[in-house]
Ligand binder design. Structure first.
Ligand code: COA
Length: 333
């Protein structure tokens, strides 16, 4: 394919789907588990409740449910998909990849499938990868799934983290579109700050042992305060880097659909972007908490379902997470 053809090709999201486990865990429920209050959680984070997957429900189950809805929404069949990308930090197991498990559950054997580990920015990175593969002509339709069972890595004795997380999945089918589509992508990472949010054991550095289990090293750990400041800084920066090359200002964006980590982070980002959070910030953190990569995928799906995103709108996806990683994407719907 010639370079001009690649540049001319417009790639967009042609189908979306989400899946949230049935069980709701409210702040009042968490009051019975750790020393906290509904008031503290609501005021400091904006979260009122989150969904928790059943014990026998795995990340691939959440992923498949969201994927089936996205494929149907795109008016396609699973066999029309050429590549599966799953963004997750809570895979069913280390290997095989959750994407391969999803491929088998969707009965679409022999198409390539792989996971990406980008934490909360995973949906954005996944879309970025898919866009390149479609532009190059390698695949026609790509399924990007962001799925997390965060409850499986949550330390239910640590009040500073267990109030934040939730389980869920969102999926998008990407393909060529006639108008609009993805206008710009900006990705970033800073590995030197990886220790601010990590799950210390279980990998080659600290393989699972009786001692790592006893020290509770298989749960996520976080320096919430420091992360907060980084999140505001890099989410605002990512928004600027993705919009500036297009000559777009805050006013030109119809809706910002951010990763839902903390309502105070999002209000601070909106302020830096010069947008009215009431009008232009899509929020669902109150219902689901932080679902890592799945947060922005579920938020986008809901925003479209609720007609907050209309044809011709310019929207901005913006995320930040462990790694540290971050990214933003501008899409004309
Ligand atoms: N209930 C009641 N009190 C709590 C609490 C809880 N669930 N969790 C922490 N506290 C207490 C702390 O122990 C501390 O008490 P102290 O002052 O007596 O030591 C006090 O509340 C303040 O803690 P602090 O950590 O400074 O609160 P905060 O305002 O920074 O809010 C977070 C904590 C985690 C909500 C906030 O830092 C945050 O959201 N950070 C970003 C997290 C994030 O985005 N992570 C994911 C990135 S994708």
């Amino acid at each position: 394919m010639f370079k001009e053809e690649i540049l001319e090709k417009k790639v967009g999201i042609i189908g979306l789907g989400k899946y949230l486990p049935e069980k709701r865990l409210t702040n009042k429920d968490i009051e019975k588990i750790v020393d906290t209050t509904d008031e503290w959680i609501t005021e400091r984070t904006g979260i009122k409740e989150r969904r928790i997957a059943r014990e026998d429900e795995t990340t691939s189950d959440l992923a498949v449910n969201a994927a089936k809805r996205a494929i149907e929404n795109a008016k396609l069949k699973p066999e029309d998909i050429g590549l599966i990308i799953v963004a997750t930090i809570t895979p069913d197991m280390f290997f095989p990849s959750t994407a391969c498990i999803v491929q088998s559950k969707l009965n679409v054997n022999h198409i390539p499938a792989f996971d990406i580990s980008v934490a909360c920015s995973g949906f954005i990175y996944g879309i970025a990868i898919a866009e390149q593969f479609i532009k190059s002509g390698a695949y026609k339709h790509i399924l990007v799934i962001a799925a997390e069972k965060m409850s499986s890595v949550t330390d239910w004795t640590d009040r500073s983290t267990c109030v934040l997380m939730g389980d869920g999945a969102g999926a998008a089918v990407l393909g060529e579109v006639e108008e609009g589509g993805i206008l710009s992508i900006y990705l970033g990472a800073d590995g030197s700050k990886g220790n601010l949010l990590e799950m210390p054991a279980g990998g080659s550095r600290l393989p699972a042992s009786a001692s790592t289990v006893e020290k509770r090293l298989h749960f996520l750990r976080m320096e919430g305060n420091i992360l907060f400041k980084h999140a505001v800084k890099v989410m605002a920066e990512a928004a600027l880097k993705a919009t500036e090359p297009l000559g777009l200002k805050g006013d030109d964006i119809n809706l910002v659909i951010p990763h839902q980590a903390n309502i105070r982070i999002l209000n601070a980002v909106a302020k830096r972007m010069g947008i009215d959070p009431e009008e232009k910030l899509y929020l669902n953190i109150d219902k689901y908490g932080n679902m890592s990569s799945a947060s922005s995928a579920v938020a986008l799906t809901e925003a479209v379902e609720q007609h907050r995103v209309k044809k011709g709108d310019t929207i901005l996806l913006d995320a930040f997470g462990a790694g540290l990683t971050w990214g933003a994407i501008v899409i004309k719907w």
